[in-house]
Design a protein around this ligand. Structure first.
Ligand code: NAD
Ligand code: DAU
Length: 344
């Protein structure tokens, strides 16, 4: 297959493209990425000479960027998005533009190009905060609580509408919280690793008892590939690891693995409208495609930490001046109390 991947220079897109180009050489991968702050060409620089990989800098919101790369492709895997909740609270406009408008534009061009599969990568956040014991099912109503989640829910609906009206061959892969190599250090796990390495305070929103279902990126990518090959069109598939953890549990495990003191943990002002718990029921993809996550949380965390330790320069580069500006703008007001001082 000739597969157009959007947002392939970001976290999950990079993991997906590396898996496809290195392990599934029968496919040809075309990566279209705008290279926002979250996109990084270093992630894939060792692949540029592979005959089954090509890269185009472009915006999914620009018809003249999309049309030339989508013509003649068999399938689309659509990752490109603004993906960080805190940024969506600061400024929702880029989320509406890329995640909603960009997705619709891509759907229109993909339909014109008569692609035979379109995988839309969505998020468990579309279901909003869930009480303990409740799981998001594929047919649960959308109930998003922040602009990022609302934009993902809107685009899921647009993807479904294309199927409903035009029998467009789309599938929604609705992922839980992913972690692993190449994740930009604005997200919890890489941010904690980066700060802990430097004995910097670790900002924990609220009481730290918010729950996420943690899915190793490799496992998410394998699920997406299975859906590309065997998923039923017009369907949503939840992809989760049944690996619910509170943020504090996650942070304490990272500190243990890095041999850093728990006193780095610093409770800060909560994220406004912070969803308490996400949890998907992945029963459908398990039953239909026999997909199962293969990575235990402890093992995934070790692999992730190892990767960041081996790629200290990557981490330093991503925490450039614009990252520092972002960090300052978000966190200076959140550190409501004097941060815990580390002891050396
Ligand atoms: P990311 O922020 O790391 O990467 C996004 C990529 O999209 C970047 O390379 C960026 O340059 C690119 N991009 C942004 N706007 C673009 C545009 N207009 N045109 C072309 N490229 C553009 O995101 P991620 O964490 O890898 O997430 C990938 C997808 O998976 C997103 O759709 C996200 O909503 C979804 N998702 C992520 C998670 C997670 O835990 N990371 C979980 C569920 C769903
Ligand atoms: O659940 C899927 C979603 O997971 C994806 O759709 C999003 O793209 C992805 O960013 C992620 O969303 P979260 O908001 O859950 O991820 P984040 O890493 O920002 O936060 C994880 C949890 O950690 C959340 O409860 C907020 C908390 N947190 C986060 C940061 C960055 C902190 O306590 N401190 C922090 O500094």
């Amino acid at each position: 297959m000739k597969i157009l991947v959007t947002g392939g220079a970001g976290f999950i897109g990079t993991n997906f493209i590396r898996m496809m180009v290195l392990n599934h050489r029968e496919h040809k991968i075309i990566n279209l990425d705008k290279l926002t702050y979250a996109g990084n060409t270093d992630n894939l620089s060792d692949l540029v000479d592979y005959p089954n990989y090509s890269f185009y800098v472009g915006d999914i919101c620009q018809p003249d960027h999309v049309e030339p790369v989508i013509t003649g492709v068999d399938a689309v895997v659509h990752f490109a998005a603004e993906s960080h909740v805190d940024r969506s609270i600061q400024d929702a406009a880029p989320f509406v533009i890329t995640n909603i408008f960009g997705t619709q534009l891509l759907l229109d061009f993909a339909r014109e190009a008569r692609v035979s599969r379109f995988i839309y990568v969505s998020s468990d956040q579309i279901g909003g905060s869930l009480l303990p014991g409740i799981y998001l099912r594929e047919n649960s109503p959308a109930s998003p609580n922040n602009p990022y989640a609302a934009s993902k829910a809107a685009s899921e609906h647009l993807v479904y509408a294309a199927y409903h009206i035009h029998q467009f061959p789309s599938i929604v892969a609705r992922l839980s919280s992913c972690y692993g190599p190449y994740q930009y250090p604005e997200k919890l796990i890489p941010l904690v690793i980066a700060n802990a390495l430097e004995f910097k305070p670790l900002p924990v929103y609220g009481d730290g008892l918010h729950v996420r279902d943690w899915l190793f990126a490799d496992d998410a990518c394998k699920a997406i590939y299975q859906l590309l090959l065997k998923g039923r069109i017009g369907q949503i598939y939840n992809v989760g690891a049944r690996m619910e953890k509170t943020n504090l549990e996650v942070i304490k495990r990272i500190l243990k693995l890095l041999d850093r003191p728990e006193k780095l943990i610093t409770f800060v002002t909560d994220r406004p409208g912070h969803d308490r718990r996400y949890a998907v029921d992945p029963g459908k993809i398990e039953r239909e495609l026999s997909w199962r996550p293969q990575t235990e949380f402890e093992e995934g965390l070790r692999k992730t930490i190892d990767w960041y330790l081996r790629n200290i320069e990557w981490l330093a580069d991503t925490r450039s001046s614009s990252y520092r500006e972002y960090y300052e703008s978000l966190y200076s007001s959140r550190f409501a109390v004097e941060p815990t001082k580390p002891e050396f």
